[in-house]
Design a protein around this ligand. Structure first.
Ligand SMILES: Cc1ncc(COP(=O)(O)O)c(C=O)c1O
Length: 447
């Protein structure tokens, strides 16, 4: 910034007033786009644009800003750490923020013997889980679920089947990955049904995979999202994870829970798998872990994580010291402000409100959610069996919400799902406001 620059206009921060801001076309189109908002700053559940508009951010930056935008305690921790050290490379030094975080993460789950590994992004942590599973078991094969999303790197593309856009142009992909159906009760071949009385044939299909495609004793890991994220915010039937745990145990397969989107309190438990009686061997974490700074990791029993031979995995930036400081502050805020309980309570309020809205619109085929991971699935009720996905309508609902200053996102194979991802700090009034706005948006979109 030139020294003679005039101060920025009040409330418009550093973005406005000095040199013209480059045109948005400098950003390549590979970043597919929900809004044209030029953001200036965030506060709690709100984003404020450079022209002063306030948006209720129920995207949370795709499930990241769980403590809200710019939580003062997180910001302070980042500022203090940044002033001391920006980078303390993990192969070269130890730093206090990292040691504290490794220690705290290892105590997140019951039992003494958990241990963490830290990286940068969700995909990178999934890669770590797959590499660890392969090196620890000496087995090559990975089983995933149809509709799953695990990232966009080479290996994680091969695990991802939420939509063909994530992988279709990049064949050949790494092999020895087999995708089997997830229990998606609304889209079950036999008809939509209540997950509490699930009739999906996911278990038969998994057994068929073992019988036709791969010997179970060649399988290193089953990688599963405890709640399907990009694939449509699908909450599985209660028996799913416990059954999967037993099947994995029967064959000596490691169970990997990808909690990148569902973890860190989002579903009203610290990790989503804790809603059910099933403990994975490896838990993958990212997104909400550091309130917006890039950080990810895995949790596994110490005896397992120590099977990773020195040097076989790592990275220059993994476990960055400022990100670790942000994660420690995030854990403090989650604990001190009771954010897991808030996610559960606000989640109930949100789901009840969404159900009331859906009752007035036949084009809402399904309403589902767990904690603050909630969704509406749009259909063409008068076509086919009444479950024909309506991505165009979901798109109009998202656009009409944005016009009314509410940010929500899409999900699902046909983008037919509107997912609502509030920060865990959201208030009852904000949830009510979002529901009123969504109600107006449904009307305006012709739902
Ligand atoms: C369940 C799940 N796993 C992995 C990823 C990949 O994370 P990242 O985008 O940080 O690489 C995502 C991202 O949305 C996700 O939702």
């Amino acid at each position: 910034m030139p020294e003679t620059a005039a101060p920025n206009p009040p409330g418009h921060g550093a973005l406005a007033g000095v040199e013209p801001i480059p045109d948005r076309s400098v950003v390549p189109p590979v970043w597919s786009r929900y809004t044209d908002i030029l953001v200036d700053h965030g506060e709690g559940s709100w984003l404020v644009s450079a022209d002063g508009e306030r948006y209720l951010d129920y995207s949370s930056g795709i499930g990241v800003t769980s403590t809200g935008h710019a939580h003062p305690r997180v910001v302070r921790a980042i500022q203090e750490q940044a002033a001391r050290l920006l980078h303390g490379q993990q192969n070269i030094v130890y730093h206090e923020a990292g040691l504290r975080l490794y220690d705290r993460l290892s105590r997140l789950l019951p039992g003494e013997d958990w241990s963490a590994f830290l990286a940068n992004s969700g995909a990178e942590a999934v890669e770590a889980a797959v590499k660890l599973a392969r090196v620890a078991t000496g087995r090559p094969v990975i089983i995933t679920f149809r509709g799953g999303f695990h990232g966009r790197t080479g290996q994680t593309m091969a695990l991802t089947t939420a939509k063909n856009v994530y992988r279709g142009d990049f064949e050949p992909l790494p092999g020895s990955v087999y995708a089997t159906p997830y229990p998606y009760c609304f889209r079950a071949a036999g008809g939509a049904h209540d997950p509490a009385a699930c009739t999906c044939d996911w278990e038969d299909q998994l057994e068929l995979t073992f019988a036709q495609l791969v010997q179970p004793d060649h399988v290193a890991a089953i990688v599963v999202e405890p709640v399907l994220g990009e694939g449509g915010y699908v909450v599985p039937p209660p028996a799913f994870l416990p059954r999967l745990r037993r099947i994995a145990d029967r064959h000596g397969i490691l169970l990997v829970a990808d909690e990148v989107q569902s973890g860190f309190g989002r579903t009203g438990r610290f990790f989503a798998f804790q809603h059910w009686d099933a403990t994975p061997d490896i838990v993958v974490m990212a997104k909400g872990i550091a309130s917006g700074l890039p950080l990810s990791g895995i949790l596994a029993r110490r005896a397992l994580i120590e099977r990773f031979p020195p040097g076989t995995h790592g990275g220059t930036f993994g476990g960055n010291v400022v990100s670790c400081a942000a994660a420690n502050a995030t854990l403090d805020v989650i604990e001190d402000e009771g954010l897991v309980d808030n996610a559960r309570e606000r989640g109930r309020q949100l789901l009840a409100g969404l159900r009331a809205l859906a009752a007035r619109h036949r084009s809402v085929g399904d309403v589902r959610g767990l904690g603050l991971m909630a969704a509406l699935e749009f259909v063409r009720p008068d076509e086919g069996d009444g479950r024909v996905p309506d991505g165009a309508l979901a798109h109009r609902v998202i656009a009409a919400s944005l016009e009314r200053k509410l940010i929500v996102l899409s999900a699902g194979t046909w983008n037919q799902v509107v997912r609502v991802i509030p920060p865990l700090v959201t208030t009852p009034d904000e949830v009510d406001l979002a529901l009123r706005t969504l109600g107006a948006a449904l009307g305006a979109a012709g739902a």
